[in-house]
Write a protein that binds this ligand. Structure first.
Ligand SMILES: [Zn+2]
Length: 373
C-alpha cells in the first residue's frame, strides 16, 4: 500500500462562491463525507491531514503583492478597492466574505501536499480543494483566485526538483502554463476541450513555451464529445512518452473532473472508468505525487470521482455500493457510473480524427526523440 494523505479540513468549504455559483463548496464537503463513509482513513498508511493558510510570502511565489493585498482588502469589505481591476466581481469570480482566508487556505493545502511529498513522508498527497489553475499573477480568472498549483510547483522547483505537471481538467491550464512558460525545469502538459469551444480559449499545440522553456509547454486540445477510448489514446501517446523523456523528480497532477459526460459546463464525454484509468496511469508512473483537485460541477460526480481517485492513490478498493449514510443523505447508489454517454458515431469519429491530428502535430513540433522514437 502506498502512503497517502488527503489534505482536508471543513474550513475549506466554510466560505465559498455561493450556492448559485458552479464552484459550490459542497463539492468538497460531499467528497470528504463519501471518503469517510468508506472509512478511507482507518489504515495508518492513509491519513487525513489539516492544512494551515499560505503566508503572503508563499503567495508571492506566483502572485503580485498588489493583487494579494487587493484580495485581502476586498475580502474584508474594503470599498476603496476596485474589484474589476482584478477581474473580481459579479460573474465568474465574485467577491465573497472570507475569500482571502478561504483561498489562502487552499494554497496552504497544496503547499502542505508538496512538502509531505518532497520530504518523503507520503508517496502521494491529494489537495482536493486545489487545482485552481486559471488564476494569473495579478488577477483572478475562471473561478480561481489564487493559483495553488503554480505556487506549489514553484516551491518544489525552489527545492531543486524537476516537476512534471499534468492537467486533465476539461479547461486549459492556462495560469500554470503562464507561470512556467520560460522554464525547462517544469514541464506542463494540459489535455482539455479545444479552446474554440470552451473557456479560456487557449491551449493549442503551437503554445510550446519560450526561450529555455520552448518544448516544455505541451497542449493536447480535444473536441467536444471526446469519449474515454479516444481520450486515453491521446493520453498514452503524449503524457507517457513525454514523462519518460523528461525524467521528472515529482509529478503534480490537476484532476478536474469536468471532463465527465454529465458535467454541466464542459462537453467532453468521459466516464468514471476513463477518469480512473488516467489516475491509475499516474499511479503507475511511480513518482512522488502531488495530486490536486480542479473543476467538476456536478457535485455528485465530483464526490464519486475523487473518492475513486483517492482509492487508487492509497491502494484501497471501495465497494461499488455506496455506504448507507451517504446514500441516504445524497441519493447516490453506485460509486462508479452505471450508465455512460450515448455515443454518436459521427462525433466519435471526428473526435478521434482530431486527436490523431493533434498528436501528430506535437510529434512533429517537439521531435520524435521526445516521444521515444
Ligand atoms: Zn475546468
Amino acid at each position: 500500500m502506498q502512503r497517502a494523505a488527503l489534505i482536508s479540513t471543513k474550513e475549506l468549504w466554510a466560505h465559498g462562491h455561493g450556492t448559485s455559483h458552479p464552484m459550490r463548496p459542497e463539492r468538497l464537503r460531499m467528497t470528504c463525507e463519501l471518503l469517510q463513509a468508506y472509512r478511507a482513513f482507518e489504515d495508518s498508511r492513509s491519513q487525513m491531514l489539516t492544512p494551515s493558510p499560505a503566508s503572503d510570502d508563499a503567495l508571492t511565489l506566483w502572485h503580485t503583492s498588489e493583487y494579494i493585498d487587493a484580495v485581502r482588502r476586498l475580502s474584508a469589505g474594503d470599498a476603496q478597492v476596485s474589484p474589476a481591476k482584478y477581474n473580481l466581481g459579479p460573474g465568474d469570480n465574485p467577491v465573497f466574505p472570507g475569500m482571502y482566508e478561504s483561498e489562502a487556505l487552499k494554497v496552504g493545502a497544496s503547499l502542505l501536499a508538496a512538502r509531505l511529498v518532497a520530504g518523503q513522508e507520503v508517496d502521494v498527497a491529494f489537495s482536493f480543494a486545489g487545482g485552481l489553475h486559471h488564476a494569473m499573477s495579478g488577477h483572478a480568472s475562471g473561478f480561481c483566485v489564487f493559483n495553488d498549483a503554480a505556487i506549489a510547483i514553484r516551491w518544489l522547483a525552489k527545492q531543486g526538483k524537476r516537476v512534471l505537471y499534468v492537467d486533465v481538467d476539461a479547461h486549459h491550464g492556462d495560469g500554470v502554463q503562464a507561470a512556467f512558460y520560460d522554464s525547462d525545469q517544469v514541464m506542463t502538459i494540459s489535455l482539455h476541450e479545444c479552446g474554440h469551444y470552451l473557456f479560456p480559449g487557449t491551449g493549442f499545440v503551437e503554445e510550446l513555451g519560450r526561450v529555455a522553456g520552448r518544448g516544455y509547454s505541451v497542449n493536447v486540445p480535444l473536441l467536444p464529445y471526446t469519449p474515454d477510448d479516444v481520450y486515453l489514446w491521446a493520453f498514452e501517446q503524449t503524457v507517457l512518452p513525454l514523462a519518460a523523456s523528461f525524467a521528472p523528480d515529482v509529478l503534480v497532477t490537476q484532476l478536474g473532473i469536468d471532463t465527465h459526460f454529465e458535467d454541466p459546463l464542459a462537453h467532453l464525454a468521459l466516464t468514471t472508468a476513463g477518469f480512473g484509468s488516467v489516475v491509475r496511469a499516474f499511479r503507475d508512473m511511480g513518482l512522488p505525487w502531488v495530486a490536486l483537485g480542479g473543476g467538476g460541477y456536478n457535485v455528485h460526480t465530483v464526490a464519486r470521482a475523487w473518492t475513486l481517485a483517492y482509492g487508487i492513490m492509497s491502494d484501497q478498493t471501495f465497494a461499488d455500493e455506496i455506504p448507507e449514510t451517504y446514500r441516504e443523505a445524497y441519493g447516490d447508489h453506485r460509486l462508479r457510473d452505471s450508465v455512460g454517454p450515448e455515443p454518436r458515431a459521427r462525433d466519435t469519429a471526428q473526435a478521434r480524427e482530431y486527436a490523431e491530428r493533434q498528436v501528430k502535430s506535437l510529434q512533429q513540433l517537439l521531435g520524435p526523440d521526445r516521444f521515444g522514437a
